[in-house]
Design a protein around this ligand. Structure first.
Ligand code: AMP
Ligand code: MG
Length: 424
């Protein structure tokens, strides 16, 4: 057992984490597996897209010079999507065409079937058409050689769609980080396994950590909770270190006699970067590295574990993936009452948010105990209150938004009206 040598500032801790975390190697991954990852190189268009002129509607391809109201056309062929017509369009002729069908030779416009007397061997035109009408031009979406997605772009559904239109089955990205979550504590029982005996509780941290890691875009799994016996702990951490980029333990990292995580890390060759941060909740946070893997020892109290994950592990994952975190915006908030932090550590206070004329009003979600798991379900943000400080009513402090939909959902009546009126 060892007491904290020295607690470091939370900014210093953040800096040490980012200094010790490297970008993961670049890998070509199948499109379906690229979601949430960052593109490692610019992606260029291999050809004009769409690759050929095609019809935007179902109807008939005609010569625009013939497309006079009342005229009758003879249908000579058809051009469904994927099967270009054999014939070309001559004077007074038409080729039946469907959306995506190749515009046949000789024609320069498509008339919608709705503007004709209908499908048949011949038809009458009810409405004149101009050259280019209902024709989607080759290259109107992207041009060969264009950078369609630039390096660093986070891959989402639209980026996947665009890469697919250019025939990319795989794209180069920084590979997905692997996280292993491991809870420690003899008192822990996996939920769903059995009823609790006296003194036991259900393990919630490893489940929370896996969910948080996945939410950040990582691949994550948990390994069964380890007891506070040193041998079991060592085996579990050793197993976790074998294939993880980041091992996240919870519990057993403070100054109690049963807090063996730190010593076990050292035995396993993990080099300590820091232990102990001037931060609440989460003073005993441990961070170390071994080869290319990083290890976070989060405190056992569930709120501390989750808040430390958000503030320290999540940024590490983003850095590994070469991504920016757009889901944790920082905003200024104010309180209605004077709010003190009597601790010598930064306090990340769980608050709910409400938009007022004065800006974002923060309100504590209630008791701030670090074992109160229910409090996190009510928190919209973490308000950062400096050590030994007194924030006066109306003064602003920085807050990290945990539910970005809260601020995205904040619309003025004007913008809501525009959204309704601008339907496609
Ligand atoms: P520790 O950091 O191991 O001293 O644990 C601090 C508190 O967090 C104790 O009340 C533990 O029982 C609790 N705790 C530790 N690990 C977990 C876990 N995985 N799930 C829920 N509570 C935990
Ligand atoms: Mg414990």
């Amino acid at each position: 057992m060892q007491l904290f040598e020295k607690l470091i500032d939370h900014r210093e801790a953040g800096r040490l984490v980012s200094e010790n975390i490297k970008l993961l190697p670049v890998e070509n991954v199948p499109l379906e597996a690229a979601q949430g990852l960052a593109l490692a190189q610019d992606l260029k268009a291999r050809f004009d897209s769409p690759p050929f002129d095609n019809s935007a509607v179902d109807g008939y391809a005609v010569r625009s010079v013939d497309a006079i109201e009342g005229r009758t056309f003879e249908v000579v062929d058809e051009a469904p999507a994927g099967r270009p017509a054999q014939k070309s369009v001559g004077e007074g002729e038409a080729i039946k065409i469907f959306t995506g069908g190749v515009i046949p030779k000789g024609s320069d416009a498509v008339v919608m079937v709705e503007n004709t007397s209908g499908w048949g061997e011949e038809f009458g035109l009810k409405k004149a058409a101009e050259a280019g009408q209902n024709v989607r031009r080759s290259g109107e979406d992207v041009r060969e050689g264009d950078v369609i997605l630039s390096a660093g772009t986070e891959i989402g559904a639209p980026e996947i769609a665009l890469a697919a239109t250019q025939g990319y089955g795989e794209i180069p990205v920084y590979r997905r980080p692997k996280v292993v979550a491991l809870s420690t504590g003899t008192e822990l029982v996996p939920p769903g396994e059995r009823d609790l005996s006296p003194g036991e509780i259900y393990d919630s941290n490893s489940f929370a950590i896996v969910a948080q890691a996945r939410d950040a875009g990582a691949e994550a799994r948990r390994i069964s909770a380890a007891s506070d016996e040193s041998e079991a702990l060592r085996d579990a951490i050793q197993e976790a270190l074998e294939d993880a980029d980041i091992v996240v333990t919870s519990g057993g990292v403070s100054v109690g006699e049963k807090d063996l995580v730190k010593g076990t890390m050292t035995d396993l060759g993990v080099e300590q970067v820091f232990w102990g941060v001037k931060f609440k909740p989460g003073k005993p946070l441990y961070f170390g590295v071994r080869d290319d893997a990083a290890v976070f020892g989060l405190p056992g109290n569930p709120v501390s574990a989750m808040v430390c994950f958000d503030l320290f592990v999540r940024p590490a994952l983003m850095r590994m993936m070469g991504r920016e975190d757009r889901k944790r915006p920082r905003i200024q908030v104010y309180f209605d009452q004077d709010t003190q932090n009597r601790f010598g550590r930064l306090n990340a206070m769980r608050v709910s948010l409400k938009k007022t004329e004065k800006g974002w009003r923060a309100e504590s979600v209630g008791a701030q105990g670090s074992g109160l798991v229910s409090s996190l379900t009510k928190a919209d943000a973490l308000a950062l209150i400096g050590p030994e400080s007194e924030v006066k009513a109306g003064d602003t402090v920085e807050a990290i938004v945990l539910r970005e939909e809260i601020i995205l959902g904040e619309r003025t009546p004007e913008s809501e009206r525009q959204m309704v009126e601008s339907g496609d």
